[in-house]
Every structure is written in structure tokens, then in C-alpha cells.
Design a protein. Structure first.
Length: 331
């Protein structure tokens, strides 16, 4: 990947943009960066506009420069005006696009508009640019949330031990960073009853981000009143019966539930919890990615024993403190 696109990609990762994609942009003249930016939050200026304004603040000439942007510039009015209009207006000479936008309102139309205005467009198809927006691509193409299963386990496969946390502090901070990026965190009813979790953002600064807290339960009458989550303003029960009259999505199965949650604007769900909800999620075929955080120790506790034959594609392995994180996806 071109180093300028790599820089734009690293900038993109700084944004908390749901339901919008994460996008980074770099303006270059004579091999030097003259402006850069990224999309910070939904409703705020897009990366291209940030880069243009950054160049102007530094008294750099935008006209005739090259723009590197991780995702195709938008060409429609949303919360902000089209970025293609600004690119044309500023007389940018060349645009390098990391990947096309899957949004049907864009999807090649932004590139076509720029070329129609006489701007040279170099279209790439970088998988890295797609990977950072895996949630956005899934939501745009299938109109259901992206689901990641997260589980912490010991070397001997225990997911539930006497200790409150299996993972290291570094791993806990990473998980809470993910909570900050996902629209919702979900658990099964068993985890709720046993742990009374908060599912909020701790260990890091939330910066105004707080996920929905979802509990999967057949009947809301089985949820005791004293549980913290039930009184959280972002609590949602996904259930078949709701005699308690809680804020709920009623659905006959997990796939129907996902469609209804998508209708509420939820584009991504991090599924935490135990064996029962993990088994149901695999059986329903709703899992897009798994994150297993393996602590290098042995403990007494409940061992993960999923009843399935599922090949997985390994995506990456990395360290989190003293733990090993394994990312994989159903093959």
C-alpha cells in the first residue's frame, strides 16, 4: 500500500463514526503532505473536508494537489454536503480512492462525478480499507448488524472461573475500546442472572459513546427487578415474550431480531457472555467474527464446549499485555 494511503488509513481509525464509515484523507503536493484529516463523528465534517481545511490553515495551496482518501468520496446530501462538490470546487487535480463505497447512493457515482469534472481518479481495492469498515460494508449490503463474538478463556478452556476477570488489564482496556466502537453489547440471560453486568464503558474515557445493552431472553418475566441493566436507559431485551413491558424487541429467532435491531439504527453488536448464547449464535449463523482472548494460565471453572463443526479463517493474532488475542471468522 502507498505510504500516503497508509497514513490516511491510520487517521481513519481515530474516528468514532457509527453509523457512518471511518475515513481518512491526505492532501499531497510534490511528494509532501500539505493537509490531512479524518471523519471524527457522524454529523461532523468528512475526512476530505478536514484535509482541505487543514491545508488552508497551514497556508498551503490546495489547487492542483493529490487527494488520498480511504473510501470513495460521497456525492449525495446527508448530514453534510457532498465531498465531491468540495473536491471539484477546490480544483484538486488527482484523487486516489482506497475502495468504493458500498452505499447505493454512492457506489461508483462519486468516482464518476469526479471524472466527469476532469479530475484524474485512481481507484484501488485495498482490503485494509474494507477491513476497517467491515461493520459498514455488512450493514450496507445486508441491512443487518455486524456481530462479533468475544470470549475470554484460560489455557485449559475455562470461560467462567472464580476470578472476576480472566483477562489482563491491557485486554480489559482493549475490550472497552471495542465497546466504544460497537453500537451494542449483548449477553444472554444466564450471564445477566449470574454476573449482573453493567456492559458500559470503563477503564477508558467514553467520550460520549455508550453502547446499547442487549439481553437475549425468552421471557422478560424471568428477569428480576434488581438487575442494573434493566434500569439503564439504553437497555433492550430481545425476547419472544415481554409480559414485563420492558423496552424490547420481540422476535421468533435471532435473525429476525437482528433485522429489527437494524431498523433501530444498530449496525454492530459485540456479543459477550457464556456458552449458551455463543452456541445459539453459531447455530443461527449470525456471527461475522470471533475474538478469543486467551489468558496463559490454568483455572478451575466452566470449560467452553461448543457443539459444532465450524472451520474458521484466522485473521490475526496479537498480544494484549500477558494475553494472546485471536481474531477469526467463520469460513
Amino acid at each position: 500500500m502507498d505510504p500516503f494511503m497508509r497514513r490516511a488509513l491510520n487517521l481513519a481509525k481515530k474516528g468514532y463514526t457509527s453509523p457512518n464509515p471511518m475515513v481518512g484523507a491526505i492532501l499531497v503536493r510534490n511528494g509532501e503532505i500539505i493537509g490531512e484529516g479524518y471523519h471524527r463523528r457522524a454529523g461532523m465534517p468528512h475526512a476530505e473536508i478536514e484535509a482541505i481545511e487543514d491545508a488552508k490553515k497551514k497556508n498551503n495551496k490546495v489547487e492542483g494537489s493529490t487527494l488520498y482518501v480511504t473510501l470513495e468520496p460521497c456525492c449525495h446530501y446527508g448530514r453534510t454536503p457532498p465531498c465531491t462538490d468540495a473536491i471539484i470546487r477546490e480544483r484538486i487535480k488527482r484523487v486516489v480512492v482506497g475502495i468504493r463505497d458500498p452505499n447505493p447512493e454512492v457506489n461508483g457515482k462519486g468516482i464518476e462525478k469526479l471524472r466527469g469534472a476532469g479530475i484524474e481518479v485512481v481507484e484501488k481495492n485495498y482490503m485494509e480499507c474494507r477491513r476497517i469498515n467491515e461493520v459498514y460494508f455488512k450493514y450496507m449490503k445486508e441491512h443487518i448488524p455486524f456481530v462479533m463474538l468475544k470470549m475470554a478463556i484460560t489455557l485449559n478452556g475455562c470461560y467462567k472461573t472464580k476470578e472476576r476477570y480472566i483477562s489482563s488489564q491491557e485486554a480489559l482496556r482493549y475490550v472497552h475500546e471495542l465497546r466504544k466502537r460497537y453500537d451494542a453489547v449483548a449477553v444472554g440471560a444466564n450471564t445477566l442472572r449470574e454476573d449482573d453486568p453493567q456492559l458500559n464503558i470503563r477503564f477508558i474515557e467514553p467520550e460520549g459513546r455508550e453502547p446499547y445493552k442487549i439481553v437475549f431472553v425468552e421471557d422478560t418475566s424471568t428477569l428480576p427487578e434488581e438487575f442494573k441493566l434493566i434500569h439503564d436507559k439504553k437497555f433492550i431485551a430481545v425476547c419472544q415474550k415481554n409480559p414485563r413491558g420492558l423496552k424490547a424487541v420481540e422476535a421468533k429467532d435471532l435473525r429476525e431480531a437482528l433485522k429489527k435491531l437494524a431498523g433501530m439504527g444498530i449496525t454492530s453488536i459485540m456479543l459477550e457472555g457464556g456458552q449458551a448464547i455463543a452456541q445459539s449464535a453459531f447455530d443461527s449463523g449470525i456471527i461475522d467474527k470471533c475474538l478469543f482472548i486467551v489468558s496463559p494460565g490454568f483455572s478451575d471453572g466452566r470449560q467452553l464446549k461448543l457443539k459444532l463443526k465450524q472451520k474458521m479463517d484466522l485473521k490475526r493474532v496479537f498480544k494484549l499485555g500477558n494475553d494472546i488475542a485471536i481474531e477469526c471468522s467463520p469460513a
